[in-house]
Write a protein that binds this ligand. Sequence first.
Ligand code: GLN
Length: 268
Amino acid sequence: MDLRVRTGITAAALAESITRLRAAGCVFAEDEAEVLSAAAADEIALRAMVERRALGEPLEQVVGYADFCEVRVLLLPGVFVPRVRSELLVRMASAATSTGSIVVDLCCGSGALGLAVRGRRPAIELHAADVDPVAVACARDNLVENVYQGDLFEALPTRLRGRIDVLLANVPYVATRHIPLLPAEARDHEPRTALDGGEDGLDVFRAVISGAGEWLAPGGIVLSEITEAQAETALAAVRDAGLAADLGHDDDLEACVVRGQKTVGPVR
Ligand code: GLN
């Protein structure tokens, strides 16, 4: 069924939206106008949404959702938009769970990763946390329960200490000097705390890794997305923390994930 008919958006209003988006430099003006029309309650709302988009706000924040790994993630303005490449984290996390596994989505933002893993593995026990109150509100919209606000592990209930089977941490990993090179959508509309990983981009990663040994269950794993250029430094940090370390790659997604495991026997 034609979404424009359902939402009462006329063909003229749609055409006007396309023209405005194209003038603003949106490469996929037609597609975006369709998405905006489907999300707008009426033409007045559509015009306001098109204007926000034309001024550079990410489409997902304007319409209030992102489709990520077969789940629809609700989004609020100012919350990190889940990236397609993070599907690798979801796949690796899902593969490591079984019934009753405790999965923690740390630095959860909207809660997209946890929601996607739970979509694939409904029998897990999921917890999520973020330092940013806006992100936490958004994650509560998505996950409903077990969402905490606070700085990394400090946010988590102490009963999870030593019991986490899969610790997902899509930390901010952009080196501070690379922040100006990010697309304006990210620079202007996503929180700096969700992007900036300090001098080499790995400050928050190192903080997560140094706490992981204490919070993981025996055999539990920690998964973090990084860049290829950070891989050697990240692997060394994981090994220094006494965890076994390896990498996952997906060339199509241009994704690189470092995995640390709390081994039960001696670490080689
Ligand atoms: N710019 C990075 C990306 O698009 C940001 C990811 C991050 O810092 N978590 O994947």
